[in-house]
Write a protein that binds this ligand. Structure first.
Ligand SMILES: [Zn+2]
Length: 299
């Protein structure tokens, strides 16, 4: 009997599903649009249809793991902090289990990223892995010796909403100067605009940097300093064996040189030995990690 698992990555615009085998190879993959604008029931139905299609391709009913924005509130059992807002306050896990007639596991998408990279990705040779997402937002997940640590309140690894600068920009979470308001894609671009820059996207900003644009150089310098201060606080507490970077901004090469140097400057040690490395599975980490919420031994 083959040990297959389904992973679903519920994104803001696209929902992706894969069937993963026991070697971690993808057998099937399918992608559909997320009908978030049609409401909660439509999202549940969309996931159910995707799961049915993957079941059919595999020829049997498989265990399902789902990566979502936000998290399950440990107080109410309903979703919180989701940018697909129709999920907030709703029992997504319960609805999926009822609809799919089987146990389902659900975790935050940054946690799925961290799990995937820790189990068979860039962090596979390390014990304690801090996985970082730097894209539209800033998230993170913690895996301790192969086990995802979601935490007592399911906020483990959420360094994106640590306050970095008390007088910083307002964050969607209601506070000011969160890490996310500075070292996300929109955060970097907004800071560059405050310096007078004109580019309209991060790739454009990076082109400006290559061409010697002063605003771009200043914005990137501030970006690296902020990355250093923010990540050093995490390293001082966790002292992880590795930090794996993911999300769109993890493709910026200078992060692994100037960014790393800035972390070393702020960490409570005379040198920084923690490897800060790029992810291995790219955009597939989320959906792979969702499937890996079920270990091979459990299926
Ligand atoms: Zn915030």
């Amino acid at each position: 009997m083959e040990k297959l698992r389904i992973g679903i990555d519920l994104g803001g615009t696209k929902t992706e599903g894969v069937v993963l085998d026991e070697q971690g190879l993808e057998r099937y993959r399918q992608r559909v649009s997320t009908p978030g604008h049609l409401g909660f029931e439509a999202v549940v139905e969309c996931i159910a249809t995707l799961v049915k299609s993957l079941d059919d391709q595999a020829g049997c009913q498989l265990p399902v793991g789902v990566g979502t924005p936000g998290a399950i509130s440990t107080l109410t059992g309903t979703m919180k902090n989701c940018n697909t807002t129709c999920l907030n306050g709703r029992d997504l896990l319960g609805a999926l289990e009822a609809r799919l007639q089987r146990p389902v596991r659900l975790a935050n998408d940054a946690n799925c990223f961290a799990l995937s990279e820790a189990l068979d990705g860039a962090g596979a040779d390390y014990g304690v892995v801090f996985g970082v997402i730097m894209g539209t937002g800033v998230g993170g997940g913690l895996v301790l010796h192969g086990q995802l640590h979601q935490g007592a309140q399911h906020i483990g690894g959420e360094w994106g909403h640590n306050q970095l600068e008390a007088d910083g920009p307002v964050c969607y979470c209601g506070r000011r100067g969160c890490v996310e308001t500075f070292i996300s894609g929109p955060g970097l671009l907004a800071d560059y605009h405050r310096l007078g820059g004109k580019a309209q996207s991060v790739p454009e900003l990076l082109t400006g940097l290559e061409q010697g644009e002063a605003c771009a150089a200043q914005a990137m310098d501030r970006f690296h300093q902020r990355f250093g201060r923010a990540l050093a606080t995490v390293i001082n507490i966790l002292d992880p064996d590795v930090v794996v970077l993911g999300g769109g901004l993890s493709n910026m090469e200078p992060l692994y040189r100037e960014g790393r140097d800035a972390v070393a400057e702020y960490v409570f040690n005379d040198q920084l030995i923690t490897p800060i490395i790029r992810n291995c599975h790219g955009d597939s980490s989320g959906v792979r990690g969702a499937a890996q919420l079920w270990s091979v031994d459990e299926v």
